[in-house]
Write a protein that binds this ligand. Structure first.
Ligand SMILES: Cc1cc2nc3c(=O)[nH]c(=O)nc-3n(C[C@H](O)[C@H](O)[C@H](O)COP(=O)(O)OP(=O)(O)OC[C@H]3O[C@@H](n4cnc5c(N)ncnc54)[C@H](O)[C@@H]3O)c2cc1C
Length: 313
């Protein structure tokens, strides 16, 4: 049996979440094939072939896949699984916006249930996943013929991006379902590390009072080489863009160090950061629930503490 991993990429390079997903596949056991679908993706396929532990790269290079429209990519995945049904026992993708867009369609088309956001592999058919905003961990055993699984990247250390030498096989005539089209995208440009990959994250909440005050966090983050996140309250108030939101309905992060500034610690926020190795909280309310998960808590006015911290650094 083999495992099909859907690579996440931007037609230029492979996203780190793919390496975490391959790590999950390696725990399941069996040959690992990586599907790279996109346009002009020869270089991406080459780097996928170098990922440690990959047996084969399936390359689907076509304009229909250029923007990862799930209406087009899902049928490609399904056709691979059906054509090769004797070999694929599992289909895995990172639990990112893209993976969460593609895999439910694959599961529906294959008439199996999806197993979402696994954080550990117990055996080839049994997995652990958080439920109730991370307040409980469910152990899920699946009897589906093909197990369709999204992988929470923070649950698995990435495999090495180098060291493999997989064969590359061209697959799939371009399938344009003709029911969606790409219009445009606006990407936030930042020199800071991407939130889900950053080793240090500094996040601000409603306590920041406005977007302008986030400059204190940006300069602190730049001293630390950190990514900057936010609570949903800060996003909803328009302080910062929504791609900075950390939490149940935002990004899931588990950095070495998470600094929560002016964030109360609602369970929906904790769901996105409580697996961080060390949590530091700065809040003027000593009763704030964030202090229950913090390794280090500072009861202070952030407008005094953050500049002092930055100066000390
Ligand atoms: C279905 C659902 C999904 C949700 N998903 C998310 C999610 O993904 N992420 C998320 O974050 N939330 C999410 N929420 C919202 C969540 O419940 C909270 O409302 C939100 O996290 C609160 O954000 P906050 O801590 O910034 O604001 P508040 O709860 O208002 O806390 C602000 C904190 O700042 C402190 N403060 C104020 N001024 C200062 C100062 N000068 N110095 C120091 N401290 C100060 C206050 O003491 C307070 O603790 C979700 C809610 C629902 C219902």
């Amino acid at each position: 049996m083999a495992i099909l991993v859907i690579a996440e990429h931007d037609n230029k390079s492979i996203a780190t979440a793919t390496l975490n997903t391959v790590a999950a596949a390696a725990k399941i056991g069996g040959d690992i094939h990586v599907l790279v679908a996109g346009q002009g993706i020869g270089a991406v396929a080459e780097s996928a072939a170098q990922i440690k532990g990959i047996a084969k790269v399936l390359l689907a290079d076509n304009p229909a896949y250029a923007h990862q429209l799930p209406e087009n990519v899902a049928p490609l995945v399904v056709s691979q699984v059906i054509e090769q049904h004797t070999i694929y026992s599992h289909v895995l993708a990172p639990a990112t916006s893209s993976g969460k867009n593609i895999l439910p369609r694959v599961a529906a088309a294959l008439d199996v249930d999806q197993i979402s956001e696994i954080i550990s592999v117990e055996s080839a058919d049994t997995f652990k996943r958080p439920i109730y905003a991370g307040n409980a961990i469910a152990t899920v055993q699946s009897s589906a013929v093909v197990k369709v699984i999204t992988v929470r990247a923070t649950g698995f250390d990435p495999v090495a991006a180098q060291g493999g030498s997989a064969a590359i096989e061209v697959v799939g005539a371009g399938h344009d379902a003709g029911i969606s089209s790409f219009v445009s995208e606006e990407l936030a440009k930042s020199d800071r590390p991407e939130l889900t990959a950053a080793k240090i994250v500094v996040s601000g909440g409603r306590g920041m009072q406005n977007g302008d005050n986030f400059k204190h966090l940006y300069s602190l983050a730049d001293k630390l080489g950190a990514g900057v996140g936010a609570s949903r309250a800060a996003v909803d108030a328009g302080f910062v863009p929504n791609d900075m939101q950390v939490g149940q309905t935002g990004k899931i992060v588990a950095p070495q160090l998470y600094i929560a500034v002016g964030i109360s610690g609602a369970i929906q926020h904790l769901a996105g950061m409580k697996d961080s190795k060390i949590i530091v909280a700065i809040n003027k309310d000593e009763e704030a629930p964030i202090f229950q998960v913090a390794d280090y808590g500072l009861v202070a006015d952030l407008f005094e503490a953050v500049p002092q911290l930055e100066q000390a650094l």
